[in-house]
Design a protein around this ligand. Sequence first.
Ligand code: GLN
Length: 286
Amino acid sequence: ASAPVSAAADDGIGELRRAASQRLAAAGYASAALEADLLLSLATGLERGQLFAWPERAVDAAQRQRFEQLLTRRVAGEPIAYLLQQRAFWSLELRVSRATLIPRPETETLVELALRALPADQALRVADLGTGSGAIAAALAHERPRWSLIGLERDPDALAIAALNAARLQLDNLSLMRGHWSSALGRASLDALIANPPYVRADDPHLGQGDLRFEPRAALVAGADGLLAIRALIADAPRCLKPGGLLAIEHGWDQGADVRALMQQQGLEAIETWRDLAGQERVTQA
Ligand code: GLN
């Protein structure tokens, strides 16, 4: 407990790693050693492998200062994905920013559902509403070169990140459009409508915890009951979808019954609710 947590100015890279890892562990982060390495790689431009190959290696003052700033921000709670400006989703490494939600593993359930529910070899038109970083649309475009993906996003800063991801991943079958939900889409033109809309209740205490504190409110919160965006999506879906088209929506673990009821009210056939890897109801398909 008495070990020093700050490194001296002439400490080598090994000592910096050890001290940083201790600071992050003390701040409560379970993956402290990994995070320390990721931030040190970012600050120095060295690959992770190079960090442990040569513990005595010197770190120059500018790199040391950059590392210190990153560590301080992380200790203050800033999400590691925002500091690194990237997050792995599906098989892709995506750019993210504070304008976008940080893609989550449970959203991969939505990708899996779409891949299973729709034919791979047809030229389908599939829209991802509120695409944010473009995660869902990019994963589908990557897996299904025959499909045309449309990523729709209201926020111009998020849209720019999605466009950057499409370009970096060379996804020629993904086009991005500015617009608010399905208002920007034509009538009866889509084979599928996929969305991870905001669905958190305005008074949910989780909003004050962890990564959520730093994420865009508009991507998380959907009115007092968390169903504001989902209701609008379900109301619009019949207009945008071809007959027999697929609607797939991510929602909260306790919203499955509400979402199925809303779908039925609109004359949609709620086929199935899928569970995420944690076993929670997460995505409903109509
Ligand atoms: N799954 C997110 C969370 O509860 C919420 C994302 C969303 O509202 N679409 O952390």
